[in-house]
Design a protein around this ligand. Structure first.
Ligand SMILES: C[S@@+](CC[C@H](N)C(=O)[O-])C[C@H]1O[C@@H](n2cnc3c(N)ncnc32)[C@H](O)[C@@H]1O
Length: 405
């Protein structure tokens, strides 16, 4: 029998070197150790934070990792992940209580699809496996996405190959569901007819296959502040509207009454456009199509201050201190790798305030250390549980310059 000591960054219990998925600290368990893991633990003494999973698929499905824990436990654990990542870099900061997305709120997800001898299966990968689990009663996805699964299966029957797996990125828009597929059969003339027919019959807003738009009934559009933005197919969007609102509120609070804002890794304008109600914004992003949607949304909106856009690879060509000279606040929301090169330049800048958003506490803490060593103070961190029941942790934070360069 062994006792679980803590959780690792995948949310799995650990005892010494042994990882035990779906267990909680303090639990006594036993089971066979294979390659440093106990895949099927028997819970001898359960934690008082253990709950019965609210989803009937949880046992088989790998889409969620933490449904066996109470909401309060997960919220605290996500704070601990941030606290530990910061302390590993010698940092400390006030952490605000975790804001958790509600069940059934995921408006964007990537599912796997497999063609079967008869029919097809679309769902999440099964636990520790590359098979696909059906998820008709999934508790994560918005109802509109869940309702689209039979239509996705039809697409896979026609466009999936017998060997490979199809990746389906689905996004719920007010105009209907958008489906962006990769890994299917190469497009030929029959597929160019059959796939849009399925999408049209099921009322999908847009279907893209390997990046090519095959059907667009009406441009899928989202509201970002006063603007309406139509992102390119498969574009990055915050995964739940509630987490987006929480991150935006934290960013707005962090930048305060800044009049000149630079939004780095701006995407389609999640932060730029709402901030443009009070400030001039320069939005910088690596994907030109995303900035085109942002720019179009800004041009069509009324009541916004000036927004300019710049396509730029911020890993290779970060904005330099001279380019940031007249900036009151920077918003920075990099991908999981963080933004080391850009943060080094921010450290040499005189920008008074930085609002940082991150989906990876480890790279956030690494970048935070660079900023703190360059004279910034980490004022607070807002932890956001956007990916409910998973081990992912999101956050927003405020840095202010307290020592000159
Ligand atoms: C986490 S998303 C944030 C997007 C946006 N702030 C939002 O909330 O919707 C990160 C963004 O960084 C962009 N990106 C990734 N690597 C980049 C790079 N090297 N240079 C510039 N932008 C990059 C991606 O295209 C993506 O839009």
């Amino acid at each position: 029998m062994i006792t679980i000591e803590r959780l690792n960054l995948r949310g799995e219990g650990t005892a010494g070197e042994v990882a035990v998925p779906r267990t909680l600290p303090g639990e006594e368990i036993d089971g066979a150790i294979v390659d440093g893991r106990i895949a099927q633990p028997r819970i001898v003494t359960p934690s008082d934070q253990r709950v019965s999973a609210p989803c009937r698929h949880y046992k088989a499905c790998g889409g969620c990792a933490m449904m066996h824990a109470s909401d309060a436990f997960v919220a605290d654990w996500k704070q601990d992940v941030v606290r530990l990542a910061l302390s590993a870099q010698g940092l400390d900061a006030p952490l605000r209580p975790t804001i958790t997305s509600p069940a059934g709120s995921r408006r964007r997800a990537t599912l796997a699809g497999r063609r079967l001898k008869s029919g097809a299966l679309v769902g999440f990968h099964a636990r520790a496996s590359d098979t696909v689990t059906a998820i008709p009663d999934c508790k994560l996805l918005e109802p509109a996405l869940l309702a689209a699964i039979p239509a996705l299966e039809e697409l896979v029957v026609v466009g999936g190959s017998r060997k490979g797996e199809v990746k389906l990125t689905i996004t719920s828009y007010p105009q209907g569901v958008e489906v962006s597929v990769t890994g299917g059969k190469p497009l030929d003339t029959p597929l160019r007819v059959a796939l849009p027919e399925i999408a049209g019959r099921h009322g999908m807003a847009r279907l893209a296959w390997d990046g090519e738009v095959l059907l667009q009934r009406a441009p899928p559009t989202l509201r970002m502040g006063l603007a309406h933005v139509s992102p390119p197919a498969g574009a990055f969007l915050q995964a739940t509207p509630q987490a987006e609102a929480a991150l935006l509120a934290a960013v707005k609070e962090a930048v305060g009454d800044a009049r000149q804002i630079v939004d780095l890794f701006a995407g389609c304008g999640t932060f730029s456009l709402p901030l443009a109600e009070n400030a001039e914004v320069r939005a910088v992003e690596g994907v030109p199509e995303m900035l085109e949607s942002l720019d179009h949304g800004w041009r069509m909106a009324q009541g916004l201050k000036r927004v300019t856009t710049e396509v730029r690879d911020l890993f290779r060509r970060p904005l330099l201190p001279d380019e940031l000279a007249k900036t009151d606040a920077v918003v920075i929301d990099p991908p999981r790798a963080g933004a080391e090169a850009q943060v080094i330049e921010l450290g040499r800048s005189t920008v008074p305030v930085i609002a940082a958003v991150s989906c990876n506490p480890v790279t956030f803490a690494r970048d935070a250390r660079l900023l703190v060593h360059a004279g910034y103070t980490l004022d607070w961190v807002q932890v956001v549980d956007q990916f409910r029941w998973s081990a992912h942790v999101e956050l927003a934070a405020r840095f202010s310059r307290t020592q000159s360069v």
